[in-house]
Design a protein around this ligand. Structure first.
Ligand code: SER
Length: 599
């Protein structure tokens, strides 16, 4: 095995292997899910493919492979340790009702062991398969298929759902038992029951083949899917780390350019202390994720809601840790430049959106600096009242956090300088209560019949296309989609435009859309190459792979857009269209909220 394999080589090898097995190489989908209001980010390679796993025909065929940009921010506070990342790339191959366990397992084994690809030592590999429960049987088939490859029995572990089941990506949807692949390292077994299920570190997971043959229902039951699919996922960073024998992802070549830049700007060394190490890692991870969120063609800017809020938290946390190692002001764009350079060949959108990325990072750093200044003043006021010393109450610390966005760590630090303490227990209590309230709020948002939701969101999605076209007619061709978010009740559309849209212009846009609805134009979908779509004047997000097949939705002679769907059958189904609000979203980007009539 090549211990010096690079991220570029690993990506290329994976795609090349599956191309040779007749898979179409498709572009990474947007990191912001286009038609799934239940999650903020694309969390796995299969996520954008859900409609196809459920039976819709994919324009590129039944065998697909790609590298997908993914974000998981569930454990953002763990970033800084050896393994947590908020952004990662996932290598994957899919069968959409085509091949199943036999081929998937044989090919996985071939890719892992063949000298032409990873060339891993067969004795150093272990596998896990699903042990079976009331929802699905024990996966003897996968067990036997690994055995047929020559794997010894004692290298195959039967594990429960907790370990060997994947999905669905959201609340409902495709899922199934999986079989996972591990590299065994030099650590001794931690005990007689040592297995890939324990976290002693002997077994390092590198790949996961999911056999998606179930569809989880809202009531928690599993129904068989119409077609049997394969969904595999190999995390690029983690696999690179294991293959190159590094103890953690940050020490792979992938992170080197970022860490070098941080060292140059701060004058500190990554290995100085565990605190510097942690700060370097957090900065690298958070700026990388922020760069990919801002650099997506559907990129959002920092705000107090949804994806924008996550982005804001990431940037501010990076800046906060930057202060600990004396990073200069406005350092995040400097790190972003390194990241853009490093990744732009694989993700050309980063170059296309470079200006936006750098501007937004700078703006957010400046906003945060103002917040800190204001928060510090408030803190001083608070301290001035505490003439007898003592503890800053949890309620007051929370007030600083909640009202002024002042991070609790800063409160603790400043308090220490004044020989004061902070009632952390009280703070945690107030914080938890607040979290519970907002969690209840977001659950509320997604409640309601899922079937109704999907019908309503489909029609709103169609309205988004009509709005996009009408805006281009009224305001000109500089209008391009920057983001879209659909809930059951409304659509929200962000687009590039340099000034406020005047009321008479909004009226015109609304009238045009209503005319098109009245005309009840038919909606059709065709598959073609990106080049053909461009030739036909289709707008929308273009993939970057030459010859890639895409779907083009045509609405009468009014609109033609590249899009994965789904859509209404004709424009009349929308009944009516009303713009609720037009406002600024970020520099050069406007936002419209609108609703449609009917059901
Ligand atoms: N969906 C599975 C995962 O994320 C396999 O791709 O691990």
């Amino acid at each position: 095995m090549d211990k010096n394999i690079t991220a570029n080589q690993l990506r290329a090898k994976f795609l090349d292997f599956f191309k040779n097995k007749d898979h179409a190489v498709i572009s990474s989908a947007s990191i912001i899910p286009e038609n799934d209001p239940t999650v903020l980010f694309t969390t796995a390679g299969m996520h954008p493919l859900v409609p196809y796993l459920l039976g819709q025909k994919h324009p590129a065929g039944k065998r697909l492979t790609n590298v997908q940009k993914c974000i998981r921010t569930g454990d953002i506070d763990d970033v800084g340790d050896d393994s947590h990342l908020t952004f990662f790339e996932m290598l994957g191959n899919w069968s959409l009702g085509d091949y199943f366990k036999k081929e998937a397992i044989a090919w996985s084994y071939e890719f892992l062991t063949s000298p032409e690809y990873l060339g891993l030592d067969k004795d150093k590999l272990a596998f896990s398969v699903f042990e079976g429960d009331e929802d699905a049987p024990r996966d003897m088939e996968s067990f036997n298929l690994w055995r047929e490859q020559g794997v010894d029995e004692d290298k195959i572990f039967f594990l429960p759902k907790k370990n060997n089941w994947w999905g669905p990506a959201g609340i409902t949807g495709p899922c199934g038992p999986d079989t996972e692949m591990f590299i065994i390292n030099d650590k001794q077994p931690c005990g007689p029951n040592c297995s890939p299920a324990c976290d002693c570190g002997r077994y390092l997971e590198i790949w996961n083949d999911v056999f998606m043959e179930y569809n989880k229902q809202a009531d928690g039951t599993y129904l068989p899917l119409e077609q049997k699919n394969v969904d595999t996922g190999m995390g690029l960073e983690r696999t690179l780390c294991v293959l190159t024998n590094k103890t953690n992802v940050y020490e792979t070549e992938l992170f080197k350019p970022m860490l070098d830049k941080i060292a140059e700007l701060s004058g500190k060394n990554y290995f100085d202390s565990s605190d510097t190490k942690k700060a370097f890692r957090i900065i690298a991870d958070h700026v990388r994720t922020s760069t990919f969120i801002l650099g997506d063609d559907l990129g959002v800017s920092p705000s107090n809601v949804d994806q924008g809020y996550v982005l804001r938290r990431l940037i501010r946390r990076a800046v906060r840790f930057g202060k600990q190692i004396d990073m200069p002001d406005n350092f995040t764009p400097e790190i972003a430049k390194v990241i853009i350079n490093q990744y732009c060949e694989v993700y050309p959108e980063l170059k296309r959106n470079e200006k936006f990325i750098l501007e937004q990072l700078k703006l957010e750093e400046e906003r945060f600096a103002r917040t800190l200044e204001q928060g510090t003043k408030e803190f001083e006021k608070l301290v001035a009242q505490m003439v007898f010393g003592g503890k800053i109450s949890g309620r007051k610390a929370f007030h600083l956090y909640d009202t002024f966005g002042f991070p609790i760590e800063m409160t603790v630090e400043l308090a220490k300088e004044k020989n004061l303490e902070v009632d952390m227990e009280g703070f945690e209590k107030a914080f938890k209560k607040h979290q519970e309230l907002s969690k209840a709020g977001s659950e509320q948002k997604f409640k309601g019949g899922l079937a109704d939701n999907s019908e309503a969101t489909t029609r709103l999605h169609t309205a988004t296309h009509l709005l996009h076209k009408a805006l281009r007619i009224v305001l000109g061709e500089e209008v391009a989609q920057k983001g879209s978010n659909i809930t059951v009740d409304r659509l929200r559309f962000d687009f590039s435009f340099g000034r406020k849209v005047e009321p008479d212009e909004l009226q015109k846009v609304e009238d045009i859309v209503n005319d098109v609805i009245k005309a009840n134009l038919p909606i059709s979908c065709e598959e073609m190459t990106v080049e053909q779509a461009k030739e036909q004047g289709a707008i929308g997000l273009f993939g970057d792979k030459y010859g890639e097949m895409v779907k083009v939705y045509t609405m009468g002679d009014f609109s033609k857009e590249i899009c994965g769907g789904p859509h209404a059958n004709s424009t009349g189904e929308l009944e009516s269209f009303k713009i609720q609000k037009e406002q600024s979203s970020s520099a050069g980007v406007r936002r419209i909220r609108a609703t449609i009539g009917g059901k």
